[in-house]
Design a binder for this molecule. Structure first.
Ligand SMILES: NC(=O)c1ccc[n+]([C@@H]2O[C@H](COP(=O)([O-])OP(=O)(O)OC[C@H]3O[C@@H](n4cnc5c(N)ncnc54)[C@H](OP(=O)(O)O)[C@@H]3O)[C@@H](O)[C@H]2O)c1
Length: 340
């Protein structure tokens, strides 16, 4: 299948390249970057040296393909949708431009009047575990935000259950790595400012909350903190129960929902140092690890992903596999590194 990547010089675009280069059913046709047009992709993504001799092209040079991945900053695809639609029957977007179903939410969370409100219902939200059947039938997928992905997957089984006390708040706190912010340099990403930080960067009103509410049907009190880590997110969520339940009941809920999922692992052991999910050992993998602990009428759920994989490119490739009828794990079999 002929596939191109728009925004290939970014961190998410680089991960798409890494995955698709070893995908058994994909030929990468073109990769765009305006800044690096004409330069080999390994000048920006040094890990790809000797994996490919491809060079970046400009968006103006794009030709027709079977599927287009778009990994541009927010608001670019929504404003230029016709151009991209003409190039490809299928589009998988990594930005926030088509994640939300209600156009009013774009006004509220992104301070923009969505230029293509009618198209919002044509995009399927990219979390395969929740929207597999819709993704099989669609042409357009909008991948979830990275923080939203891990928070939603962590909470989805328990919020579907009858155990939750909906009168009490659901609280989630994320620890985030620096690659979440993309490869654009800013004062906040300057090494002396970013290195070693534990910075509360969005204690309230994170835009991904809109996706959490949409997918979970429940408000989530979400805060995000930047920590010393390049890749990865760890989200610790607290939910309160109507009455005390046994740990085994939580096990059953999560097993029932995720047992057959190739990219979700329940991580909860009594001994060893990796007793709960930890982003470090997920680097480069498409797993979402989920663990939990019951404390009387509170359940603490811990979820971890690699933001550039399960939270972006890996999720996109998983959605492509489902959309195109490929084996779900094609191109996504990397098991991670230990020690790292
Ligand atoms: N980083 C993450 O963890 C993550 C997770 C989930 C979703 N996402 C989303 O995925 C998208 C890409 O993220 P990223 O982290 O890869 O960002 P990035 O590293 O900043 O890369 C952005 C890409 O878009 C291109 N670009 C930048 N400004 C542009 C403009 N004004 N017009 C056209 N192209 C432009 C850049 O290429 P040139 O400037 O070289 O042309 C680059 O290839 C974003 O929408 C982001 O929110 C990111």
């Amino acid at each position: 299948m002929r596939v191109s990547i728009v925004g290939g010089s970014g961190y998410a675009g680089g991960e798409l390249l890494r995955l698709l280069l070893q995908h058994p059913h994909v030929n990468i046709y073109q990769v765009t970057s305006e800044r690096y047009r004409g330069k080999p992709v390994y000048t920006v993504h040094p890990n790809l040296r000797k994996s490919t001799d491809m060079k970046f092209c400009s968006m103006e040079d794009l030709e027709d393909v079977d599927l287009l991945f778009t990994a541009l900053p927010h608001k670019h695809l929504m404003k230029n949708f016709d151009t991209f639609r003409d190039l490809s029957e299928r589009i998988i977007d990594l930005s926030a431009d088509f994640r939300l179903k209600n156009p009013e939410d774009y006004k509220k969370w992104y301070d923009i009047d969505h230029p293509e409100p009618e198209l919002l219902k044509e995009f399927v939200y990219g979390i395969v575990e929740i929207h597999r059947e819709e993704i099989k039938k669609t042409r357009y997928v909008s991948c979830a935000g990275c923080n939203a992905t891990v928070t939603i997957l962590s909470l989805y089984p328990i919020l579907k259950s009858s155990f939750i006390d909906t009168e009490r708040p659901i609280v989630a706190e994320a620890k985030c790595g620096s690659s979440e912010g993309g490869n654009k340099v800013s004062e906040a990403s300057h090494h002396p400012e970013r290195s070693g930080c534990v910075r509360s960067y969005r204690p309230t009103a994170h835009r991904h909350i809109a996706e959490m509410i949409q997918e979970l049907g429940h408000p989530v009190h979400f805060s995000a903190t930047s920590i010393e880590m390049v890749r990865g997110i760890l989200v610790t969520s607290h939910v309160f129960l109507k009455e005390e339940i046994k740990e085994m009941d939580i096990w059953k809920l999560y097993r029932k929902e995720y047992w057959n999922e190739p990219f979700i692992r329940i991580v909860k052991t009594k001994s060893g140092i990796y007793r709960y999910p930890e982003p470090k050992i997920l680097a480069g993998t498409n797993y979402c690890d989920i663990g939990f602990e019951v404390d009387n009428d509170r359940v603490v759920i811990v979820g971890a992903i690699d933001n550039l994989m399960k939270g972006a490119a890996g999720q996109g490739v998983h959605a492509m596999n489902v959309m195109c009828g490929f084996e779900e794990t094609a191109g996504l079999k990397f098991t991670g590194l230990h020690p790292i």
